[in-house]
Design a protein around this ligand. Structure first.
Ligand SMILES: [Fe+2]
Ligand SMILES: [Fe+2]
Length: 160
């Protein structure tokens, strides 16, 4: 595997874990502020990010590249409002999507088809990630009241 591709994937593993750390921070904010459903939802989101990091780590292991773990940056710990957490999360996912697209393009350019295939999976995964946040934000903006927020919190608490 090309050195610059290893670098990109290693960096992305770190970013997925940074995403998990940020979402865990959001989850604890939700719980602290009386939104247990959203706390549960965000915790699951954090677990998904760890899953993404693991999928990338396992790939590198399969092609005999050792992953060197780096420090994980701490994200925000305070948030202005319930809605704002989801808006920040969507902004963060857009950053992830741009990075994933860049890695996919680099893999295609290097004719590393297996890596391109792995990242094509993540390109599609990101469509879903962004769509679910857009859906939450749109619904909240339709009913921007405490009742709307409580209904959303209940709904998010039902995430399987
Ligand atoms: Fe992810
Ligand atoms: Fe994500």
């Amino acid at each position: 595997m090309k050195k610059e591709l290893v670098e990109l994937v290693t960096d992305q593993i770190n970013f997925e874990l940074e995403s998990a750390y940020l979402y865990l921070s959001m989850a604890t904010w939700f719980v602290e502020n009386g939104y247990p459903g959203s706390g549960k939802w965000m915790e699951k989101q954090a677990n998904e990010e760890v899953g993404h990091a693991m999928k990338m780590t396992h790939y590198l292991q399969e092609v005999n590249v050792r992953v060197l773990m780096r420090p994980i940056a701490a994200g925000a710990t305070e948030f202005p409002s319930f809605l704002e957490v989801f808006k920040l999360s969507l902004e963060h996912e857009k950053k992830v999507s741009a990075r994933i697209a860049k890695i996919y393009e680099a893999a295609v350019e290097a004719k590393d088809h297996a890596l391109a295939s792995l990242y094509l999976y993540f390109v599609n995964e990101q469509v879903e990630e962004e769509a679910q946040l857009v859906d939450i934000i749109t619904r909240l903006e339709k009913v921007p009241t405490p009742i709307g927020i409580m209904m959303m919190d209940d709904r998010l608490g039902n995430r399987a």
